[in-house]
Design a protein around this ligand. Structure first.
Ligand SMILES: *Cc1c(COP(=O)(O)O)cnc(C)c1O
Length: 420
């Protein structure tokens, strides 16, 4: 029995399913999750000393790879002074100023500890600001594990919804309406049926949590216009896309400006950080100025703020051009291998430094476009790659993440691992 196997048995005794976030359990992949002991650059190593090229990258935060020297230095310097005060400190100030200066459409930012917290705050803030109760989300978008977002489409009228998790009350589910991604007609119907009730429309402007469901700019523009016609806020959940597709995320890339934006993942450089940002008049609804309460014992944690700032400072326009080129190269390497082997039914959908393997040659824009054999096919692909020393996020619906460390020798190594 290898060590990962042994650790997993032990973990299952003391933790539900052996994991602290469900996707890590390798459920449905007919193999044991690897216990990762260390990471360096584009590589991770497990407790059995197996090395893998990592395309999960902690699900996105590590845009420079593991142990980036600048980020590491920033964390060490921060730790040298202490690591939590529960008081005002200069570290979050520096990061907030850097963001406000470099993202033209945000005037204020509030830091918290995760993407989920950021979305949770945005929901409350949108309600507090508009004085309305209901929010709209789209099937195919993920917004973290807050109750209000663990809601899926129901079978009734446009927008009717039900909880997608036990423990979410039907009463709460009534305040979240779920509409099919890309379907403007259904959205209009929903807005009409709930006129005067909608506080906000939440969308992942680049839906990247149920595969990669790239939407058109036209669609995002229509969302903005419909939100505003209905005196609702448009909220871009850029927890994945923020600082990944461009410094200012999809909002910068498309020029479509949301009323509120949520960040996470890259903003903490691999440390736990989430943020809500927007115009002052909305943000100042938050306590202590406004009546919308939000707080956090560890919010603005100095080491996390320093890691975030060190990361954000490295994200130049040229960085994104280079990273996208590396991504295209990686996709080409995978694709050539796949068509020559038994994965020729696959395409790789790529956007910026994200890509997704899907066993179909059709256009995939909504959940309903995703082929039914996705999971079955993925487990074969995943297992074969894992055996070759290539680590994908362990779920068919998760995208792959590139880092700047995936270049040069790493790409040669990828070719060798695939073809050997
Ligand atoms: C990851 C993610 C979240 C949740 O962030 P956590 O830090 O895992 O709580 C929310 N929204 C989107 C779009 C995400 O990708």
């Amino acid at each position: 029995m290898d060590k990962s196997h042994e650790y997993f048995l032990r973990a299952k005794n003391v933790t539900p399913g052996g994991v602290h976030s469900p996707v890590r359990s390798f459920k449905g992949l007919h193999t044991t999750p690897r216990f990762i002991q260390e990471g360096r650059g584009a590589y991770i190593k497990d407790v059995d000393q197996q090395q893998y090229i990592d395309f999960c990258m902690s699900f996105g935060p590590l845009i420079f790879g593991h142990q980036d020297a600048d980020v590491k230095q920033a964390i060490i310097e921060a730790l040298d002074r202490g690591w939590s005060y529960g008081a005002t400190e200069p570290y979050s100030l520096e990061l907030a100023e850097f963001m406000v200066k470099n993202i033209p459409f945000i005037e204020q930012v509030r830091f918290m500890n995760s993407g989920t917290e950021a979305v949770m705050t945005a929901v409350r803030l949108a309600r507090g600001y508009t004085g309305k109760n209901k929010i709209i989300k789209f099937s195919g978008c993920y917004h973290g594990h807050l109750d209000s977002m663990l809601i899926k489409a129901g079978s009734g009228l446009a927008g009717t919804a039900e909880a997608s998790s036990k423990g979410v009350t039907p009463k709460l589910a009534q305040d979240t309406l779920v509409v099919e991604l890309g379907d403007i007609k259904e959205l209009k119907k929903c807005l009409k049926a709930h006129q005067g009730e909608i506080a906000a429309i939440f969308v992942e402007p680049l839906p990247a949590n149920n595969g990669l469901l790239i939407q058109t700019e036209e669609y995002l523009k229509t969302l903005r216009d419909l939100a505003h016609e209905n005196q609702a806020l448009l909220v871009f959940d850029e927890v994945i896309s923020g600082f990944r597709v461009a410094f200012g995320g999809m909002a910068e890339k498309t020029g479509i400006i949301p009323d509120l934006v949520t960040y996470g993942k890259i903003i903490g450089g691999g440390m736990p950080v989430g943020a809500v940002a927007g115009k002052k008049k909305v943000m100042e609804m938050l306590a202590p100025i406004g009546p919308v309460y939000q707080a956090g014992t560890l919010s603005g944690n100095p080491a996390a703020m320093k890691a975030g700032l060190a990361s954000l400072k490295k994200l130049t326009p040229q960085f994104y051009i280079d990273l996208e080129n590396q991504t295209k190269e990686v996709c080409k390497i995978f694709h050539e291998w796949m068509i020559a082997h038994h994965f020729s039914d696959y395409q790789i959908i790529q956007f910026s430094s994200l890509f997704w393997f899907v066993p179909s040659h059709q256009k995939i824009k909504t959940l309903t476009d995703i082929p039914h054999n996705l999971n079955e096919r993925f487990f074969e692909l995943f297992k074969e790659l894992l055996n070759k020393g290539i680590y994908l996020a362990p779920n068919a619906y998760e995208v792959s993440f590139m880092s700047s460390a995936h270049q040069g020798q790493v790409l040669e190594d990828l070719k060798n691992k695939l073809w050997k």
